[in-house]
Design a protein around this ligand. Structure first.
Ligand SMILES: Cc1cc2nc3c(=O)[nH]c(=O)nc-3n(C[C@H](O)[C@H](O)[C@H](O)COP(=O)(O)O)c2cc1C
Length: 511
């Protein structure tokens, strides 16, 4: 029988913890967010449908994006215990300079339409956190204004090679003059992907005031007040645009871009060169031969080719092929610091966040981006400690298993890939994926290389029961060797290739 008594005021006092109420709604809602998913929920509530969908959506059935996120959710971590993890070091050297965290902010277009602080919020938050910020060719703040907003930040410029070559190269010159240390050439956009949500929403620049958008604006007055009372949208690269996003994209993307353009930029640009949008081992090899200091395995956040390879699955085979010659970076699908830890364990030198940053931006401008970075950083530190590692270099493939329908698929994926003979992939051959995780038995029957990879996968899966401790895996060496200087092309003078006349009316007119 429980004996009851009257509570004494003395006993009640420690239980009473009345917090000072927070009157600032933005601070209150950001403080309530404990994950990137929470920031997404807030972003959806406070942003009109068209810009939210532009950010949140992907191409066609949005299968690439959901698969990429699912791949991260379907990993199993293998921790080690009894390690001193009182202090963890999350710093990473990337392209010759130290980043405080193993992630940076990916380039995104039209950012000030999502939230009026746009790129300034991203660049200054990145500067404060000691991580790189990438400005898109389609950014809505000029190259110079971003540099002025974050003068001590590490700013990278992302280039789309337009049909109008002169204009593209003028941007490269401006980025160099403004002190950007890295040029990131995106190569996965010969044409725009089919972003069906934008088509349905009639998404345009500037946003059109139709009865539908006005109705949608009513519960979101702050967004409209901000939009209408701050400086008009300025583009990093355009004076102005008035039309649909799809039409702008089609004007800017050029389906004739080939290796010669990248080679030319390599010879022109003095800083670090990153090729973004690599989706096969063969193209990773091609980018290295063109002189890339880093490649980004990316399917553009699922916004281009739907059902594209999952970058996280492609990672081990690409690291094995080119990891000693160039830095291998990765994006698409990152929603948690643990996704970044898993990517580093599987051999990524660095990662980029797109939507995770934009959800924070939409949820609360600059403080919202700070919150994104804080959430991911805390998740990274906590995951490392729970895995029993004190530095990023201690992470290795043995810390991660990719599960398929909750069954071990290969232990780890990289073990399977390590068993594949180191045959150099021919440049520009059909982009048959050699990722062990994606090779199917049917494909194996057709392609000899895939057959070997599938056999390796099967044998690795068979070894699952006799799993080695992380520190003993041979594949760790494969993933660890990612930092060597890239092999440069022999300095060979190239002239800037011109687009074909019928593919580029604008360039014709300029000539
Ligand atoms: C709204 C939005 C706009 C984007 N604009 C660009 C762009 O202008 N240039 C580019 O190279 N990539 C662009 N991307 C792709 C990102 O750089 C990055 O590859 C992608 O967002 C990573 O996937 P995640 O959003 O799942 O992190 C964009 C992505 C989003 C979500």
């Amino acid at each position: 029988m429980v004996k009851r008594q009257f509570p004494k005021p003395r006993d009640l006092m420690p239980l009473m913890q009345f917090k000072k109420p927070e009157f600032n709604a933005r601070t209150r809602r950001l403080a309530s967010a404990t994950s990137i998913d929470d920031l997404r929920t807030i972003a959806k509530r406070v942003t009109p449908k068209a810009p939210f969908d532009y950010t949140d959506g992907a191409a066609e059935g949005e299968i690439s994006l959901s698969r990429a996120r699912q791949a991260f959710q379907d990993i199993e971590f293998h921790p080690s215990v009894l390690r001193d993890v009182s202090n963890v070091d999350t710093t990473r050297e990337v392209l010759g300079k130290v980043s405080a965290m193993p992630f940076g902010i990916a380039p995104t277009g039209f950012t000030r339409m999502m939230q009026t602080e746009g790129e300034r919020a991203g660049a200054t938050a990145a500067e404060a956190a000691g991580i790189p910020f990438s400005l898109s060719t389609m950014g809505t703040t000029s190259i110079e204004d971003v540099a002025a907003a974050a003068p001590n930040g590490r700013n990278w410029f992302q280039l789309y090679m337009w049909a109008d070559r002169e204009r593209s190269l003028a941007l490269v010159d401006r980025a160099a003059a403004a002190g950007y240390d890295t040029l990131m050439v995106t190569v996965d956009t010969p044409v725009g992907g089919a972003r069906l949500r934008d088509v349905k929403n009639g998404f345009s620049i500037p946003p059109a005031l139709t009865p539908k958008t006005v109705l949608n604006a009513l519960p979101r007055p702050a967004w409209w007040i901000n939009f209408l009372t701050t400086e008009p949208l300025a583009f990093a690269s355009l004076d102005r645009w008035s039309g649909t996003v799809a039409a702008l994209i089609d004007t800017m993307f050029d389906p004739t871009v080939g290796p010669d353009e990248v080679k030319y930029i390599r010879e022109t640009w003095k800083g670090k060169l990153v090729v973004k949008g690599i989706q096969s081992v063969a193209d990773a090899r091609l980018a290295v031969e063109l002189g890339a200091d880093a490649i980004v395995l990316s399917n553009h956040g699922g916004r281009q080719l739907d059902r594209a390879p999952i970058p996280f699955h492609l990672l081990p085979s690409v690291v094995r092929e080119v990891g000693t010659e160039t830095e291998v970076h990765l994006d698409t699908g990152i929603m948690n610091g643990a996704d970044i830890v898993a990517s580093v364990a599987m051999g990524a030198r660095f990662t980029l966040i797109g939507r995770a940053y934009l959800y924070g931006l939409m949820a609360g401008g600059r403080p919202g981006v700070d919150r994104t970075i804080a959430i991911l950083s805390e998740e990274i530190r906590r995951t490392m400690k729970l895995l029993g590692v004190a530095t990023l270099d201690e992470l290795e493939p043995g810390h991660v298993t990719q599960l398929a329908r909750l069954m071990p698929m290969a232990q780890p994926m990289a073990d399977a890939v390590a068993a594949v003979p180191t045959k150099k992939a021919p440049v520009r051959k059909a982009p048959a994926s050699t990722s062990a995780a994606t090779v199917t038995a049917a494909a194996a029957a057709k392609a000899p290389a895939a057959k070997k990879a599938a056999a390796a996968t099967a044998s690795a899966a068979a070894q699952t029961a006799t799993k080695k401790a992380p520190a003993q895996t041979a594949a760790a060496k494969v993933a660890g060797a990612t930092t060597a200087a890239p092999k440069k092309l022999a300095a060979k003078k190239a002239t800037m290739p011109k687009p074909t006349p019928d593919a580029d009316d604008a360039a014709d007119a300029a000539e």
